[in-house]
Structure formats: C-alpha cells, structure tokens
Design a protein around this ligand. Sequence first.
Ligand SMILES: O=C([O-])CC(=O)C(=O)O
Ligand SMILES: [Mg+2]
Length: 561
Amino acid sequence: MTVILTPYWSDGTQRLKAEPQPPQPPPRGHFPAAYDDALHAARCLAQLRSKDKPIEKYIYLSQLKHANENLFYRLCLAHMAEFTPIIYTPTVGDACLQHSHIFRRPEGLYISIKDKGKVGEILNSWPHKSEARISVVTDGSRILGLGDLGVNGMPISIGKLSLYIAGAGIRPSSTIPICLDLGTNNQEYLDDPLYLGLRQSRVSDEVMTEFMKEFMFAMSRAFPKLLVQFEDFSTEHAFYYLDSFRHRYPVFNDDVQGTGAVVLSGFLNAAKLSSGASGQPLTSHRILFLGAGSAGVGVAMQLLSFFKLQGLTQEEARHHIYLVDSKGLIFDSRGPMADHKKYFSRKDYNGPPLTNLTEIIEYVKPTALFGLSTIKGAFNQDVIEAMAAHNARPIIFPLSNPVRLSECEFDDALRWTNGRVLFASGSPFPDALWEGKVHYAGQGNNMYIFPGLGLGSILCRASAVTDAMVEASSLGLADSLDEDERDSELLYPRLNRIREISAYIAMRVIRKAQEEVRDPNYAYNIEAYRRAIQGVDRNSALRSLGDAQLLTYVTSKMWNP
Ligand SMILES: O=C([O-])CC(=O)C(=O)O
Ligand SMILES: [Mg+2]
C-alpha cells in the first residue's frame, strides 16, 4: 500500500487516501532522433514569444514548469527581465483574478477553515516534508492592490516561490506555496460556479486567530526547518499576525517588511542623488506617503532607519515622515484612527483637514513622494509639478501593484519634471527616452529582498527574522549597485544579476543574525532558543569565515537547474 496524495482541495473533503499506486501508463511517444536540449529551450522560448496575451504566456509557462522544471528555471534565469513580469507582477495579478477559470492542476497546498483541528495531519501529507525550508502563505484577503480574492490568491504564493527558486537558488522541493481558505467577501466569486474556494464569507477575527494559532504551531511541528513568509493578508491582519508570531516562529511579512526594505534601499540611493543635486544634507529629506495600509505604514517604519543611519534619534526621524490616507493628511486632532496609523500621526498640525494632495505638498514640501494607495493616477500633473517646483531632483515612487493601479506612469513623471525625476515603481515600466537620453524606471518591488532575506535566514537557521536582519537585507541591496548601474543613475541593480544580489544580501543577513544571536534577547522563548541552538554548530563554522568566503559558501548552497 502506498499513500497517494489526492491533493489539496479546499473544501475539506478527503485528502489522504491509502490506495494502491495505479499502474503507470506506457509512454505515449519517444523523442525524435535529432532532439536536442538546447534546441528545445529555443523552441520553448519561441512558443512563449508567439503568444500575444500576457495571461496566455503565464499559462504556457505554468505548464512548462510542470512538464520540465529544469528547463523552465534555466530559461527563467537566462531571461529574467522577460520572465519576471509574466510569472510575477503584473501578470500574476491577472492569473489570480482568473485562477478558478484557468486552473489546470493543483500546485501547492490549500488549507481551509473546515480543516480546523486536523491541520497537522494535512501538513504531514506533504510529499517532500523533510526538505521543506520556505513557505509563502496567503489568505487571499488583499492580493496586490486587487482586494479580497479568496483562494484565487494562490498564484501569488506560487509566483513568489518561483522567484525564490530562480532568484535565490532555493531547491524547488524545499518550497511550499500555501493558500488559506477562510472564506471570501468577494461576492462575484461567491456567485461564480467555477470558483475553487469555500462558498462562505470570511470567518470572524476570533475564529481566524484560533485557526492561525493551530496552523503556525502545526507548521513548526511538521517542518522544523521552515521559514514562513506571510503574503497579502489584509492590513490589520498583516500587522497583527506578524506581531503575534514573530517572536515564536521564524516568520516575516513580505508586504510590511520586504516592501519596507526594498523602498529603504532605493531611497538610500535616490536620496544621495537628490542631495547631490540640491546641496542639502541627507537629514533634510521629508517623505510624504499616500496610502496608510500595511505596505504604507510598513515602509514608513522601515524608512525611519534612513534617518537613524544619519544619526537622528527615532523620535527625530519620525518628524520627517508624513502619512496621507483617504481622508487626507493624518494628524492627531483629526479624530479617531486605526492603531497602525497612530505612530505617524502629526502632532504639529492642528488646522482644518488637508485633503488635496497638491495642497499637502505645498504644506509639507516633501523631497520624496511615495504611493501605496492603489489609486491609479493619484500622482497627476499638478501633484508631480508641485514636487518638481521645489526639488532639483524630486523622488517619486508610485509603488502600487499591479501596473494598472500605479499612481503615475514613468513617461508622465519624466515629462512633468523635465527628466529630473528619480523614479521607482512597484511594477515594471519600460525604459524611456527623454531628450536623447535613456532613463530607467527602478522597480521598488520586494522581489529584490525576499529571496536573499529568506536564503540567509534559512542558511543560518535563524529562529527569528529580526528587524536588524531586515535592515541588513536593505543595506545589502543598496550596496549592490555596480559601477555601470551607478553611472546610469539606477536605484536598483539590473534584474539579470538577481542571483549575485541575493547571495550578497543573504551574506549580510547571516552576518547580522550572528550578531543578534549573541544578544540574550534573541532567545525570545524556550522554543526559539531550542531552534537557535540547532543552528549553533553550523553558525560557529560560518562565523569563522570571512565575508568573501561566506559569500562563496552561500553561492555554493544555491540550487542550479
Ligand atoms: O507582489 C508584488 O509584486 C509586491 C507585493 O508584495 C504586493 O504588491 O503585495
Ligand atoms: Mg504582497
């Protein structure tokens, strides 16, 4: 008797069946005599390029990944800038929206609220249990800027893990994409006969929290070496579950911490260019955020590091950051507000509500404007011209995803600032020509951070992902521009160097983790301490390596297709 997985339906129906293996059908063909691997790669690339719709390309690549994983990743690594927008943002957003319609076969693990009480059993059915190192977990409640997509959020977990494999050389069998089905409040999906998830609205916070506790405990038991990346949980839940679990399990939240780290990194490079042009010190920057959700506040928290690195206190740093939500500038006397907004609420403004973004810019005079609002076109001509009026090199980062929700387009930003803008967006924009010179849109997407942060945390068996480790990943990224990239005023390195960059970031993260482990506060509790000890042997060996040797070690641990 062999255990067969009849995976992973989210309706809670029987998942594990003890059945005899069905006999394998005989091969239905064999390769022609002149078949050649390299030629086949070229053939697959030609098939991909023959498709004109991005979603068709996505479907083709999903099938290719299933049919020939090695070939898929080989092509992916060789054509990173071409593949990333298909297997990841922005096309993965469409794949999520249509998941229940384009679904072919299960990939990853769907766990539903109906599985409560037996989550451990389900996890134990995962085929590559002992190899598990990284899981991306979403509950589908806030996929990119697209809202509550229920189990249609699964492609986000899959897409992020494809980048772990391609970008950081994590072994495919070490990854577990997970989508939790806790219901959905998306009526269109509830009415859609093809929708793959439970036909019920989202469970209450109390029920969800009980479920999350069981889930995280079961994960730590089933996969003792696993790092968990929370992805695209709705704002309140993103903060709450990160705070609840980060001292108990190795976990980080990509939208709060990954996005924060990637923006800090791009801002470090942009601020140097901007201060170089204005002659103003780095401590004089002021940052205005449009959007105060998990990503907005997460980025704002991480940006405090920028000012602290220049010698300011946390309290002084806070004064340099302004948040705007749907009701305008956030200030104390405006009235009650969600907890996560309070820290950045201004105490130094008591006037009437400031709701118009251009007016807010006149008042704040920011050197940098960040968009995490998912309001397409919110950075209109007036807004960008207001930024350009008082900055030699205005820093403008429309970070909302996918691209059709971007606060502004790259060529508009160039035009309205006369080519002076320092620009990064969440989703990719093509290069643009302005007055005979090619300008590059930076992509301030957490894809530059999570592969390296994850790889470093896994290799040193960190029992927790600390703030200092996240900051180290960000500084590592900022430092990884090469000479040509600096000369071209790039804010982020070119994507075709992703493996080199991830290895470097992982090295910096391991170094920081080693410093943290000496800190007694590191052993947050007995469980974490036990896991920290597990990693000690390996870490004492790693500690004796110089940076260059550690980098070689990290690179040697990468899986290659
Ligand atoms: O997935 C992406 O492209 C970036 C991200 O985490 C988000 O927008 O939620
Ligand atoms: Mg996300």
